[in-house]
Design a protein around this ligand. Structure first.
Ligand code: ATP
Ligand code: MG
Length: 586
């Protein structure tokens, strides 16, 4: 049996943690004091891109490497803070010249590479509202988002334009300009597009960053679409404080770190923690254009001497599936902190980190709506594998129940309820685009309701139970899919698991599991019985699945979340709903 807690020894760590995790420090924290750490513009205004780039580019850190860009084809390019500042200034000047200004919507459909950073940072400098999109999106999800977001200008590669955007132009009345780049061997600029490179070449390297304030819109992010149609969450420049503080305390970023966030900026993690927060903390960020590949990822961690790594449970489970032998061919002496977000991290995965990487994996929790990490296992605190950790300094969390009269009841330790956050906090979203009423429904008094069910233990750690839509009611029990999936994932045959509730006359709902197997295991009745037996032993008969199906792989969103609602719709023969964020449609 593994112990319930992984203790920490901060005094023996190679770098002193930014957050000491002691009650005294927590009590002394205030956003007002923390805000003094922001650089701010000379006239006192605030701008995310200034906090991220120019504050370093104008100081002693100017020649430090901001980005280390790894191309798909194997090339490698380093960009300093000074260069990133100059290039993003050029981009901002291009936007200005094209008549875009404060509040105008700019969409970015780019592979992970330099253009993506220039477009996002340049647009922010110019006061525009930016939306990074997944380059892998097909025309339909693109159209929906460009339309809802009333995009005025799109930045994309020639090849993505030709394959995905050209056919949509007639249906997007607000889209005035498309800037295209790259694509050797591609035909010259197509009709209705402008070539980005000559415009950048002609533009000045000097730009007066547009002064914004805490409430000025900055980014429009679409949610992952796990529970339904993706929502457009609008964020503000005030999120700079949140990005800075969470980058410092939850990810423990220090300026000398080599940091790798594996998320794509089409998903909020890839922007908040793939672009903004690491730059704010002055680190070197690794930007990998390639897709997941276990062998290449291990080699990259080792060769690039990554010290802080932020990834997701699905990726970790894929590395686990690739087997420990592959990992053992590499050494990671520089790696000092590994964190994960996006889905519940099963205890087996936390321990896998300890066994294979030499470090446990630190789960943390947040949402597109929160704009930044809210609850985390930080570097200095003991980890309880399976728990999301504790609220960060400045964040108030509670477990609540909405009463019949619409008011909230705060629940005590170990009680199951909805995870709520005290509002406001600096990075919070300001609306769901076009869905003001839905936005307002997220709030009751001083609290924001997350839609996730959780428990808090006596030590103040939060434990994810499930999304309120995914929780199964069976014979009077409330069953969280995560608990059941974690138990299945303990079995050596299981690589990935998802659990749903099926209507049942007697029980209300019956627990059904879907699993994908590790290499070397084959589906069959004997293995099914073994897995059901294992789950019964671990969970008891009332909670364990009654049915289990094998699938070659489970459906995930592009941000790596298990699409349980799709499994359920397929199982019950219902319409599949919005599948725009589905990766590798089955
Ligand atoms: P949609 O809102 O469109 O259904 P989504 O909620 O998956 O999609 P995101 O904002 O990308 O969109 O994801 C946030 C959600 O991801 C959280 O509400 C939670 O359900 C889940 N999540 C994130 N981190 C964790 C974590 N550490 N443990 C458990 N669940 C997590
Ligand atoms: Mg959500």
């Amino acid at each position: 049996m593994r112990p319930a807690t992984i203790d920490k020894h901060p005094e023996a760590m190679p770098v002193k943690p930014n957050w000491p995790d002691d009650a005294e420090a927590a009590a002394g924290f205030s956003w007002e004091i923390a805000a003094r750490e922001l650089a701010r513009l000379p006239g006192g205004g605030l701008n995310l891109a200034h906090e991220a780039v120019d504050r370093h580019a104008q100081g002693a850190w100017r020649e430090h490497v901001a980005l280390c860009l790894l191309a798909r084809a194997g090339g490698r390019r380093e960009v300093s803070y000074a260069e990133l500042s100059r290039l993003s200034n050029r981009f901002a000047n291009v936007l200005l010249r094209l008549g875009l200004s404060r509040g105008d919507r700019v969409f970015v459909l780019c592979e992970r590479g330099l253009e993506l950073y220039l477009a996002v940072l340049g647009a922010l400098k110019n006061g525009c509202v930016v939306t990074p999109l997944f380059a892998a999106f097909g025309p339909e999800p693109l159209e929906t988002r460009l339309r809802l977001g009333e995009c005025r200008l799109l930045v994309t590669s020639r090849s993505l334009y030709r394959r995905k955007v050209a056919g949509l132009r007639g249906r997007l009345p607000t889209l005035e300009r498309v800037l295209v780049y790259g694509g050797e061997g591609e035909p010259p600029p197509q009709d209705g597009t402008l070539d980005l490179q000559p415009l950048l070449d002609e533009a000045s390297e000097d730009f007066a960053v547009v002064p914004c304030d805490e409430d000025t819109p900055s980014l429009l992010h679409f949610t992952s679409g796990t529970t339904g149609t993706p929502k457009g969450a609008l964020h503000v420049h005030g999120a700079a404080l949140m990005h800075y503080i969470t980058g410092k305390y939850a990810l423990d970023l220090h300026p000398d770190d080599i940091y790798w966030c594996t998320a794509d900026p089409g998903w909020v993690t890839g922007t908040s923690y793939g672009i903004l927060a690491p730059l704010m903390l002055g680190v070197t960020s690794l930007v990998d254009a390639g897709d997941f590949d276990a062998a290449r990822w291990y080699a990259t961690l080792e060769r690039e001497r990554v010290s802080v790594w932020y990834t997701a449970p699905t990726a970790i489970r894929m590395l686990m599936r690739a087997g420990p032998e592959l990992a053992r061919r590499h050494r990671f002496p520089q790696l000092r902190f590994v964190a994960s977000v996006g889905e519940p991290l099963n205890p087996e995965a936390v321990w896998w980190g300890q066994d294979v990487l030499g470090l446990p994996i630190h789960d943390n929790w947040w949402q597109t709506e929160t704009g930044g990490i809210m609850i985390a296992n930080t570097l200095a605190m003991p980890i309880k594998p399976g728990s999301m950790g504790k609220p960060l300094p400045g964040i108030e969390a509670a477990i609540v129940r909405v009463k019949g009269d619409g008011s909230l009841e705060r629940l005590g330790d170990d009680q199951l309820g909805e995870l709520a956050l005290g509002q406001p906090w600096p990075g919070m979203f300001r609306t769901y685009l076009g869905q003001e009423e839905r936005y307002r429904r997220c709030f009751v008094g001083d609290w924001y309701l997350s839609g996730d069910l959780a428990r808090r233990d006596v030590d103040g750690y939060y434990w994810f139970v499930g999304r309120s839509d995914d929780v199964i009611k069976s014979a009077g029990h409330l069953i969280g899919p995560f608990e059941v999936e974690s138990a299945l994932l303990e079995h050596p045959a299981v690589a990935d698991a998802a659990v749903i509730g099926k209507p049942d006359e007697l029980l209300g709902e019956r627990v059904k599991a879907f699993v994908a197997l590790n290499p070397g295991f084959s589906p069959g009745d004997a293995l099914r019985d073994e897995l059901l037996g294992h789950a019964r032993l671990r969970l008891g008969a009332a909670v364990a699945p009654k049915e289990l199906d094998f699938l070659p792989s489970l459906p995930h969103t592009r941000s790596g979340k298990t699409l349980r609602r799709l499994l359920k719709a397929r199982e019950l023969g219902l319409p599949e709903g919005d599948t725009s964020t589905l990766e590798n449609p089955l």
